[in-house]
Design a protein around this ligand. Structure first.
Ligand SMILES: Cc1ncc(COP(=O)(O)O)c(C=O)c1O
Length: 439
């Protein structure tokens, strides 16, 4: 198929999703439970094919699928992604649909199974290895709190891992007497070897688990996860990957990570409904892992669904069906390429200006679309405040979560426009020129 025909096809499919056509076809329409939403009309109808000519025009169609406000530019998609309209409509629809027979619809596995299969296809694993949860914290905590560990057993991680995961480990230190080693990593790191060596040299005979982010949320730093897993497995150590900042942003599979466990949000890069997450557990590891909420006699210990027994919960997760379809209609590779292009459009000019220093390495394979900079001579807290209140950009001040360094994290999303990035670059270059250096 010629490239331009192929391009038109994806944009049509994605835009069709944006107006509720894709939305009308569940991943498996025959699944029991709440019916899929009916197609809705686009506010202005479908765009004519003549408006789909250039790349920017194509992306403009996708951008219109988001209801995100434009008065303040959202540049913290690593915090929470923007949900496209068909997913929002589906959330609303399922909330109502469940009420048609609440006590039946709420507790059906049927509608969840095609979603489980869709996530398993994306992660290239068996659907019996996928639990659908409420967020990455829940997914990762199931492993951090549910893995049988004895006093003196060691868990190895970094000081840059997500705060909630470090909190979970700290609780286990107090409750169970385990030992947690948090390795301080170079920021930015010079090479993957340096990061690998930091892990490898901290492993001891008591190490039972390694928790590694893929990538680190504060800097976007990628770790050599498969190499770490290979080294760990050779020593009988298991590896839990925090993939909250990769799943949906670029291709990541069970095979490429080689990990034993993986937890991720689905409301970030998959652009799913808020309050959705996923846990992958290698099949043979399921029986020994304790669920956070005991499933008791209702499910055998080797059933991945034992991790989903949380009681009555909002059924917004049904709209993951529409999120997966929206995401896959565009495609992970295309999404990754687009996000990287937008990222390069702001990092290149800032890297060329000597007042900026980066906490992110741009060497090949070291980062993707999350990048953190520091405007020398300023406090990142004050800069964050100014960007938000005066300049109208919503970013993330990493100094809120680490004392190791200051910085502003920028993460673009599919709703981000090239014009927004231009305005951000112009603003930052102006501030670099005008803001005095504090002594
Ligand atoms: C690396 C990482 N892990 C875990 C989380 C927690 O995600 P959730 O809010 O889905 O629990 C985040 C959130 O930003 C994150 O960046």
């Amino acid at each position: 198929m010629p490239a331009d025909v192929d391009r038109r096809q994806w944009i049509k499919t994605a835009v069709a999703g944006a107006v509720g056509v894709v939305c009308a076809q569940r991943l498996d329409a025959s699944a029991p439970g709440p019916a899929a939403p009916k197609p809705t009309k686009a506010p202005g109808g479908l765009p004519s094919s003549s408006t789909l000519a250039g790349d920017d025009a194509d992306w403009a169609q996708v951008q219109r699928s988001f209801v995100v406000g434009r008065d303040i530019v959202a540049l913290n998609h690593a915090g929470a992604g923007c949900c496209p309209q068909p997913v929002l409509e589906a959330v609303e629809h399922y909330v109502h649909e469940v009420e048609t027979l609440p006590s039946w619809n709420l507790f059906q596995y049927g509608p969840k199974e095609p979603i489980r299969a869709g996530l398993a296809r994306m992660f290239a694993c068996d659907s019996e290895e996928v639990a659908i949860l409420r967020n990455a914290t829940e997914a990762l905590d199931i492993v951090l709190l549910g893995l049988p560990l004895r006093a003196g057993d060691e868990v190895l991680t970094t000081t840059l891992d997500y705060w909630a995961m470090l909190d979970a480990l700290d609780q286990r230190v107090k409750r169970d007497g385990i030992v947690v080693k948090k390795v301080r990593m170079p920021v930015p790191a010079n090479s993957q070897d340096e990061l690998f060596d930091a892990f490898a040299s901290a492993v001891t005979d008591r190490t039972r688990l390694i928790l590694v982010s893929h990538p680190v949320n504060l800097t976007g730093q990628h770790f050599p996860v498969a190499r770490i897993c290979e080294m760990a497995h050779a020593r009988g150590i298991e590896v839990l990957v925090d993939a909250a900042q990769s799943f949906g942003q670029f291709e990541v599979t069970a095979g490429s990570l080689q990990c034993d466990y993986m937890g991720t949000s689905l409301h970030k890069w998959l652009m799913g409904p808020k309050g959705t997450g996923m846990l992958y557990v290698k099949r043979e590891k399921i029986p020994k892992l304790w669920p956070l909420f005991p499933a008791g006699a209702t499910l055998p210990p080797d059933n991945i669904r034992k991790f989903e027994q949380i009681g009555t919960a909002p059924m917004t997760m049904y709209a993951l069906s529409e999120a997966i379809q929206f995401h896959q209609a565009i495609g992970t590779v295309r999404i990754g390429d687009r996000l990287r292009a937008l990222t390069q459009a702001w990092t290149d000019p800032l890297r060329a200006n000597e007042r900026f220093e980066f906490r992110t390495s741009f060497a090949p394979g070291m980062s993707n679309v999350i990048a953190t900079f520091h405007l020398k001579g300023t406090s990142s807290g004050e800069l964050w405040e100014r960007l938000f209140k005066q300049e109208k950009f919503f970013t993330f001040n990493v100094a809120r979560r680490t004392q190791e360094f200051q910085g502003i994290r920028i993460s673009v999303g599919l709703s981000t426009t090239a014009a927004e990035i231009d305005r951000f670059v112009t603003t930052m270059l102006r501030l670099a020129r005008d803001l005095p250096v504090a002594h």
